[in-house]
Design a protein around this ligand. Sequence first.
Ligand SMILES: Cc1cc2nc3c(=O)[nH]c(=O)nc-3n(C[C@H](O)[C@H](O)[C@H](O)COP(=O)(O)O)c2cc1C
Ligand SMILES: O=C(O)C(=O)c1ccccc1
Length: 386
Amino acid sequence: MTSFSAYQNEIYLQGLGGVVPPFTTDPDALEQSARDRLGPGPFWYVAGGAGSGATVRANREAFDRVRIVPRMLTNATERHLGVTVLGTRLPAPVVLAPVGVQSILHPDGELATARAAAELGVPMVLSTASSHTIEEVAEASGDGPRWYQLYWPNDPEVCASLLDRARKAGYTALVVTLDTWTLAWRPHDLDQAYLPFLRGVGTAIPFSDPAFRAGLQKAPEDDLPMAILRWVQMFTGTDKSWDQLAFLREHWNGPIVLKGIQHADDARKAVEFGMDGVVVSNHGGRQVDGAVGSLEVLPSIVEAVGEQVDVLFDSGIRTGADVVKALALGAKAVMVGRPFAYGLAHGGQVGVQHVLRGLLADFDLTLGLSGHRSPADLGPDALRFA
Ligand SMILES: Cc1cc2nc3c(=O)[nH]c(=O)nc-3n(C[C@H](O)[C@H](O)[C@H](O)COP(=O)(O)O)c2cc1C
Ligand SMILES: O=C(O)C(=O)c1ccccc1
């Protein structure tokens, strides 16, 4: 048994020596403090949402409408948080969501995140828009579990090249993001003319992939604007269809999950086309302004496909109670995005580790105090709907 709640004891014991945690353990306070540390460009890149921010708020409001009903005297002092997701045993039902261009937040970027995740045995999902190469991040992950997130390029050779590199670098599961085939209208980024993609140029972002380079007439070093244009075009467009998932299946020999699913019929389609799971997600409210809170659609998707494939969840997870709620509604695991990005901004690897240990401790304690010994104990009867 791994006792994630040990982080609580550690903090209190250090307190006896007059030491407090390096960063706040409160997720809202951490966001505020990130605002003070980061410039407005980087801060709003992380914090911002699409349009009016209605969906960012809806994600949180959906959690507020679901309440946990604690049970007593259930022998929950000893807990087992491990789960099997996509055929992999995980120490806890928590995964670091793909977050692009992490060097915006800390010079170590994805390398710091990979080290922190590996330390805890938690999978990191590496974004296609990573500021370090697939191979560099894999090395930083050491023995830690790793999944790769694909922004599905229009060029099949670039697609095959990315998948081949990820497989060779030891990534086991593929997360295909469908909800961001173009960036949404994001007023915070627009008002500062802050395009995260371009802020990553000069780091590794587009230009390390050999198939991408081969498709250019001039090397990116010699014609940067052209290379940027081609890169943006390659990840923008609608010319994808369900039957093209067969291409990904051919080029990926491991589990594939579709990220960005919000409708039960799309989840059924994912199963029909041979996918191994879905991530119920609205991209943290960053894509469709006015979209439904992601937690609101989780039950219908679990009902539709939960018996057949793994249903993961993200968008709005901030606390241990949120993890309990999503699992009780049928998610096998959750992904967390902004909180670890703020941790990264505060202290690189140490900051990510602090956030992750805090979330896992909070989850462990909340699970136990509400009367459950393991994620498998959780079901809808652990909840009430306000
Ligand atoms: C700064 C930032 C960058 C992101 N970049 C990516 C990305 O490159 N690929 C992707 O699939 N999702 C990306 N996402 C979405 C996250 O994977 C995840 O769906 C979302 O953050 C979950 O919501 P939360 O932030 O409320 O936890 C990004 C999110 C943020 C905040
Ligand atoms: O900002 C995002 O949500 C996102 O997905 C993204 C896409 C490309 C580069 C960086 C982030």
